[in-house]
Design a protein around this ligand. Structure first.
Ligand code: AHR
Length: 802
């Protein structure tokens, strides 16, 4: 086959600096920390699990009572004499008849993963009362009660004291148990029963699971955004409340002094992995820390700190910067130093709020911004533009960022792969004079090879536009397969295995080959891009509701192509999706209105919500259940009007504005469709205005950069089509050089393939090397491939011949 075109890289001119472009985002959802990266093997070590965290929880959750060998006794929870006021509960084991009486921990997933030959560090706090001393048997066992290793600990003190032991597993068993029983009769009090593998990442105390941490470290991220996500702002304003927002000061110091926390992801966060550990982890993996702190506003529950009480929240931000960067003479620098890290953590960035929406946030942001810039002018402050890619709140975030001169705006979106392809030029028009984009959360819905291809194509657009996009990280990062809150995720694990998805390997390729400066690439000779017509926005029309009872009336369709007007139903339509209706089996969520063939039409109607917490829906452009567009008014929090396009069941919220549906108010809805443009009006006001862009299938998607230290020229090329594209690659400016080309390539997979626990490395890049006697060469970019070419100049003459 002949060459189809040429990619010429201008190596003479450096473009925008790429800074810290590609990093990672860590949030403790999907049991990413507890039961995940945090290496603690005991679930509910401090007996603090509570129904506030999850309705199934109780203080003895994940613990079973043990009564063996004829022993009899009682196991109960008390809180009269706690180990620490913030760690109220502890277990009491009272043995009336000697035998083996005590408790057994079930761990996470199938149990405690024991590996043959590995040593485990046991610790607990204990006290007893009668002064005679009690012997505690500590054992690691199999699920059938077979003992792998055991030890005896004498508890003598009447005061809480820490006891430690080491146990080595003689066999591998991923369903192990930790058993703590009392030898003889008596009463004992236990708390903070802990078991860590002795091998943890970088041998840190209170450390991290080696396999997961290593996979993360191998990405070589430039930064880590943490600790959330919604996790940081969903909660009470009271820092001492169990369901408080994520307050960093609660997360440092001895683990026994950290309060347990309800996480909005419906489980208990021990905070064992706290701010100090996050900073250490960043340091260990060479990633700059980007903490995100709450701004005293919970957009999910509309909790807000009055402006006159905001100062302590601002102080938290300032203190955090001091904790990270201050020397030991500063108050918080001294705290860091006392924890074992006299050197600063060199914090450069701080984020205020996570995908916040609403005026209340923006009002507060300005106070944080000013205070931080006054005290720490060099620290870059990150504003927020909400959870959507476009719309009124997105624009509001940008307005605030411009007004306050924020350094970055945190954008978040989770979209279909088709949206990624349709929008890979999203940042081409962004100005370098504006605040920079921090793409703090993004992903296409799925972990297939096709998702990876679409994300890679999109990421070439991020790289090319490094003048505007300063930071970007895929989300979420981690998921424990038995505790899924959110899918897809970049890395999956259970209690003993971990694997990176195809998306992971794309991120890794981009991180390893980021470069320092953008280089311009020009393409010549290729076929023009093709707009892939997924479906016209015509077809079935329907109305619907979500958890409400609603009444639609006077539904009128104006077909602008035929000029026809028609009412789509003669009678009013009642839909009822309330819990009551569901209980008696009479729920009705959707009503089909017929179809429209035209691509230019207006649909209008009246609608009233009678009861329920959300709102209503207008479905259009309907080919089938998985491929349609919906105008959603209300949404899960009853605060949005948004246009949501589904392609093969994967949604993309094209635009959003704030709107709350009131009960018993009749609204006038008008939806206008003109080709791929969509406009929605409520009571005559334009509320959503968007275009459902078609995916652009380029012959190749590409970006290039210069690695300053090595002088390497890096070219990334994504070929989405299923046919090979042959291209000449030309290094303009290095005409007389011969090259060594290091190739990393993801190819040879069908779109639906995925990595899995069974085949963790089914999709991984292959590496090879090419030599070119001149600075231009022919390369076959395989169908459906992601290729990184790292071009290394050869010296003009070898040293010996000089
Ligand atoms: O990444 C998962 C969640 O998505 C984050 O917590 C939140 O910020 C976003 O809505």
């Amino acid at each position: 086959m002949a060459i189809q075109g040429t990619l010429t890289i201008n190596t003479r001119e450096r473009g925008a600096a790429m800074g810290d472009l590609f990093g990672i985002f860590f949030e403790d959802l999907n049991h990413a920390a507890d039961g995940g990266l945090y290496a603690e093997l005991i679930q509910n070590r401090s007996f603090e699990f509570d129904p506030i965290d999850h309705p199934d929880y109780h203080a003895l959750y994940a613990w079973d009572k043990v009564e063996r060998g004829g022993g009899r006794g009682e196991v109960r929870i008390e809180k009269g004499h706690p180990l620490h006021p913030r760690n109220e509960h502890y277990v009491v084991i009272e043995v009336m008849k000697a035998g083996e009486v005590g408790i057994m921990n079930l761990g996470y997933n199938s149990g405690i993963p024991l590996k043959a030959g590995e040593t485990y560090l046991f610790s607990m706090f204990a006290r007893q009362e009668d002064g005679t001393g009690l012997k505690v048997r500590v054992a690691i066992e199999g699920v059938e009660g077979n003992t792998y290793a055991e030890t005896a600990i004498a508890v003598v003190s009447e005061h809480w004291s820490k006891y430690e032991a080491r146990l080595t597993a003689p066999a591998t068993d991923f369903s192990g148990r930790l058993v703590v029983t009392i030898d003889g009769c008596g009463k004992i009090y236990l708390d903070m029963i802990s078991l860590f593998p002795s091998r943890v990442f970088r041998n840190r105390n209170n450390g991290l699971r080696e396999d997961i941490a290593t996979l993360i470290a191998e990405l070589k991220p430039k930064f880590m955004r943490f600790p959330g996500g919604c996790l940081i702002h969903d909660g009470s304003l009271d820092a001492n409340a169990r369901n408080s927002m994520y307050r960093w000061k609660n997360t440092i110091g001895g683990v026994e002094t950290r309060p347990a926390r309800r996480s909005n992801w419906r489980y208990n966060q021990t905070l064992g992995l706290g701010y100090y550990e996050y900073f250490l982890f960043c340091e260990d993996i060479g990633a700059k820390p980007i903490p995100i702190i709450p701004a005293g506003y919970d957009p999910h529950h509309k909790r807000v700190v009055p402006i006159e009480e905001l100062q302590p929240w601002i102080d938290d931000a300032l203190d955090l910067i001091e904790f990270a960067n201050g020397d030991a003479t500063t108050c918080w620098g001294a705290v860091r130093s006392s924890l074992g890290h006299p050197e600063p953590f060199n914090l450069e960035y701080i984020g205020i709020g996570n995908e916040e929406v609403g005026e209340l946030f923006f009002e507060r942001y300005a106070y944080f911004h000013r205070a931080i810039k006054d005290r720490y002018p060099g620290v870059k402050v990150i504003n927020s533009s909400g959870p959507f890619a476009a719309g009124s709140e997105y624009d509001r975030g940008w307005k605030s960022a411009r007004e306050n001169q924020s350094d970055f705006v945190d954008e978040h979106y989770y979209q279909s792969p088709e949206w990624m392809l349709a929008n890979y030029r999203r940042y081409d028009s962004f100005s370098k004079e504006d605040p920079h984009v921090f793409l703090g959360e993004y992903a296409s819905w799925g972990n297939t090879y096709y998702n990876a291809l679409a994300e890679a194509a999109f990421m070439t657009g991020l790289e090319r536009n490094a003048h505007a996009v300063g930071l970007a990280c895929y989300a979420p990062m981690l998921c424990n397969v038995d505790y899924i809150n959110w899918k897809p995720d970049m890395i999956w694990f259970n209690n003993h295995q971990v694997f990176g998805t195809a998306n992971y390997y794309v991120q890794k390729l981009f991180m390893h080959n980021q470069g320092d400066y953008v280089l311009q690439v020009s393409a010549e000779g290729f076929n023009p891009p093709v707009h892939k017509e997924i479906r016209p926005i015509s077809g079935k029309l329907a109305v619907g509701t979500d958890q409400c009872s609603v009444e639609f009336s006077r539904i009128l369709l104006h077909d602008h192509e035929t000029g026809q007007w028609k009412y789509l139903c003669e009678e009013n339509i009642y839909l009822d999706d309330t819990e009551e209706a569901r209980e008696i089996g009479s729920a009705r969520r959707m009503f089909e209105l017929g179809a429209v063939e035209s691509r230019h039409y207006t649909l209008s109607m009246k609608v009233k919500k009678i009861s329920g917490r959300a709102g209503f829906l207008v479905h259009f452009g309907w080919s089938d259940e998985s491929n349609h567009i919906q105008w959603e008014i209300g949404g899960w929090q009853n605060q949005d009007s948004m246009i949501n396009a589904f392609v093969n069941g994967r949604s993309s919220i094209l635009t959003q504005s704030l709107f709350t549906v009131e009960n018993d108010v009749e609204y006038d809805l008008v939806l206008e469709v003109y080709n791929r443009c969509i406009r929605a009006y409520i009571d005559g006001i334009l509320i959503n205005d968007t275009e459902d862009r078609l995916p652009v299938i380029e012959p190749l998607y590409y970006s290039s950069s210069l690695d300053e230290a090595t002088g390497d020229v890096i070219l990334k090329v994504v070929n989405i089509q299923d046919v090979d594209v042959i291209s000449e690659v030309n290094l303009g400016g290095m005409e007389s050089r011969s090259l060594t080309v290091e190739v990393a390539e993801l190819s040879g997979h069908s779109p639906e393939e995925e990595n899995s626990f069974l085949e963790p490395e089914r999709i991984v890049p292959i590496h090879r090397q090419l030599n070119s006697p001149v600075s231009h060469f022919e390369y076959v970019f395989k169908g459906q491939s992601i290729t990184v070419l790292r071009m290394k100049k050869q010296p003009l003459y070898s040293e010996g011949t000089k």
